[in-house]
Design a protein around this ligand. Structure first.
Ligand code: PGA
Length: 268
């Protein structure tokens, strides 16, 4: 991942954890537009911009192969990510894609349990757990999304929801495995709504997640897991969110579709 000496990716000196900034494109851009966006992003970044955070790009499935080839041929310092996969390895599952198919494209990160998948496609905590396992079995890293809805927040259920989602998604995994994961705290009320959580909200979500990890797997596992914040992140809010206690990166939706905005977030 390093091109020039002294510009390798560095861990956050405060936490020892490597930051990860991810662009979740959702169902946007065909493969031609996708290539253009990655090129634009690449030309807009300087070497030093890659030393602070790892950058992962999560395009729709049709763009994975073209972007893989682009990243590899031009030695771009982007990690390839997917937005979802199915948990079975192969078979009669019309319309689905397996974790092993993604890993053959050198996909490194797979978003699992995004609230849009849970809400629109009915993914339960049990399905999310199966997907986490499938991703891990192919040596890729799940970005497990958890977060409370507006109603749950108003009802004072945030703690309970985060604890349940974390516990059920990771059931049966060893502490050693769990320590390699990325968990994205994505309060549903902040996704695509323009309502960005405050740095205090982000810190408190990260803390609740780490506390539950600590209860389940011990403090040293909880300390190693990386926690991202996601939900209406913009270039203006990125810096303070990244500085929030316990936050190791950002999962960016809308703003990652704009090369200029996403590079400003990366530089934040
Ligand atoms: P948003 O999406 O930045 O557009 O709110 C974030 C996400 O859904 O991951």
């Amino acid at each position: 991942m390093s091109s020039k000496k002294g510009l390798e990716l560095k861990p956050n000196p405060r936490t020892g954890r490597y930051r990860l900034i991810s662009g979740n494109w959702k169902m946007n851009l065909n493969h031609l537009e996708a290539i253009q966006l990655v090129q634009k992003l690449y030309f807009g970044l300087r070497d030093v911009d890659y030393s602070f955070s790892e950058i992962s790009i999560h395009p729709p499935l049709t763009s994975l192969r073209p972007i893989q080839l682009l990243i590899e041929s031009d030695r771009m310092r982007f990690s390839l990510g997917a937005q979802n996969c199915y948990f079975e390895a192969s078979g009669a599952y019309t319309g689905e894609v397996s974790a092993s198919m993604l890993s053959k494209l050198n996909v490194k990160y797979v978003i699992v349990g995004h609230s849009e998948r849970r809400r629109i496609f009915g993914e339960t905590d049990v399905v999310v757990a199966q997907k986490v396992k499938a991703v891990l079995s192919e040596q890729m890293t799940p970005i497990l999304c958890v977060g409370e809805s507006a109603e749950e927040r108003e009802a004072g259920q945030t703690d309970e929801v985060l604890m349940r989602q974390v516990r059920l998604a990771l059931a049966e995994l060893s502490g050693e495995t769990v320590s390699t994961l990325v968990i994205a705290y994505e309060p549903i009320w902040a996704i695509g709504t323009g309502l960005v959580a405050t740095p205090e909200d982000a810190a408190s979500g990260a803390q609740l997640i780490r506390e539950e990890l600590g209860r389940l797997y011990g403090g040293s596992v909880a300390d190693r897991v990386r926690v991202q914040y996601g939900g209406s992140v913009t270039p203006t809010t990125a810096h303070d969110l990244l500085e929030a206690e316990g936050v190791d990166g950002l999962l960016v939706g809308g703003a990652s579709l704009d090369a200029e905005a996403f590079s400003r977030i990366i530089r934040a």
